[in-house]
Design a protein around this ligand. Structure first.
Ligand code: NCD
Ligand code: ZN
Length: 348
């Protein structure tokens, strides 16, 4: 039975294990929108130019920390974009610079992945080096040569090979969307986990192209069938430690979305927590919400409990039509939950 939540409740400050903060001036705005609701975030490296080496990673982290002045609870967790040319020495330098993860983009799979990896097996030595440095491998798990709805499932055999060949490597299959991916993640060892976004928990392909075309919910991997969404919901609500929250919040200016060559990505950072709370109130419990947003991801990434907590109240607000030049997820609609400013845990 779903639990009716009290009108105000407190949880540890949630973390976001997959987010895009971009670069230059817009970065300041995106950091603000994210850091208002989250304590830590795994920051994706598909900037222009990409984050490839230790110097890039340090510079990008400094920019984010600078933009996050005023949000003392916020810590960016940095990643680099894997190239098959990365040497073991470069991987060690990235680990020494404080990287938490390397991100594998199959070439052409999504936004800014033209410089991704064309032949995944050619990157096996990089995975070996990451395993030795105890870095997490984050994967955009789609085979871009397959039919669009089959791309994630077509990638799963490659994941199984990786797990077989790198038994100590911690792997996160990012933003999973299919029931087969859920099933496979469940069956694999504890070194393998998956992130789930809020938009894939709430939408299907019908919401993208079933009526009028809605470019603002077009993303990679594309939304799937109702039974896939049901499998994701079951995974998020389950007691499994393997499924945790990663928003994949991915802002694009409105002109790049409402365009004949519309970019993939949904901007969910400002509304993700209210929508997740609503989802868990309809289908789960506060304990489940807390596991999904505050505990499982940080355990997988071996991070301590948050030093901050936040209280949420049933105070409806209307999602603005724009955050700067970006149309957010659920623009113009009413969401029910409002978060407080995060506060240090008392006696923590
Ligand atoms: C992301 C982006 O815009 O950077 N887009 C998306 O559709 N999810 C990249 C990604 O995570 O695939
Ligand atoms: Zn992403």
């Amino acid at each position: 039975m779903p639990e009716h939540f009290p009108d105000t409740f407190r949880i540890p400050l949630p973390d976001d294990f997959h987010v895009h903060l971009r670069q230059d001036e817009p970065l300041r705005v995106y950091v603000h929108d994210l850091a208002s609701s989250f304590g830590r975030a795994i920051v994706m490296p598909n900037t222009t130019p990409p984050i490839r080496n230790a110097a890039d990673l340090r510079r990008y982290r400094d920019e984010i920390i600078d933009a996050a002045a005023g949000y003392p609870w916020f810590t960016p967790l940095m990643t680099f974009k894997i190239a098959e040319s990365h040497s073991a020495g470069q991987v060690r330098q990235l680990a020494a610079a404080g990287a938490y993860a390397g991100k594998l983009y199959p070439q052409g799979a999504t936004t800014n992945s033209e410089d991704g990896v064309p032949d995944i097996r050619a990157a096996w030595p990089v995975f070996e080096a990451m395993q030795d440095s105890d870095l997490v491998l984050c994967i955009h798990g789609e085979d871009p040569t397959s039919f669009v709805l089959d791309r994630e499932d077509a990638f799963l055999p490659v994941l199984e090979e990786m797990v077989r060949d790198f038994p100590r490597l911690r792997i996160v299959l990012e933003h999973i969307t299919t029931s087969r991916a859920v099933e496979l993640i469940r069956s694999l060892p504890d070194t393998v986990a998956a992130t789930i976004t809020v938009h894939h928990l709430l939408l299907t392909l019908d919401d993208v192209v079933g009526g009028f075309l809605n470019p603002h919910v077009f993303c990679k991997p594309i939304m799937k069938r109702p039974e896939d969404r049901a499998a994701l919901a079951e995974a998020a609500l389950s007691a499994s430690p393997k499924f945790f929250f990663g928003s994949d919040s991915a802002p694009h200016p409105v002109g790049a979305k409402e365009n004949a060559c519309g970019c993939a990505g949904v901007y969910t950072a400002p509304v993700a927590m209210p929508l997740l709370i609503d989802f868990f109130e309809r289908h789960g419990s506060i304990a489940g919400l807390r596991e999904f947003c505050c505990e499982r991801g940080r355990r997988f990434y071996r991070l301590p409990e948050s030093d901050y907590e936040v209280s949420y109240s049933r105070k409806p607000w209307t999602v603005p039509e724009r955050y700067g030049v970006v149309v957010p997820f659920r623009a113009g609609s009413t969401v029910v939950w409002t978060g407080s400013r995060p506060e240090p845990v008392q006696g923590g």
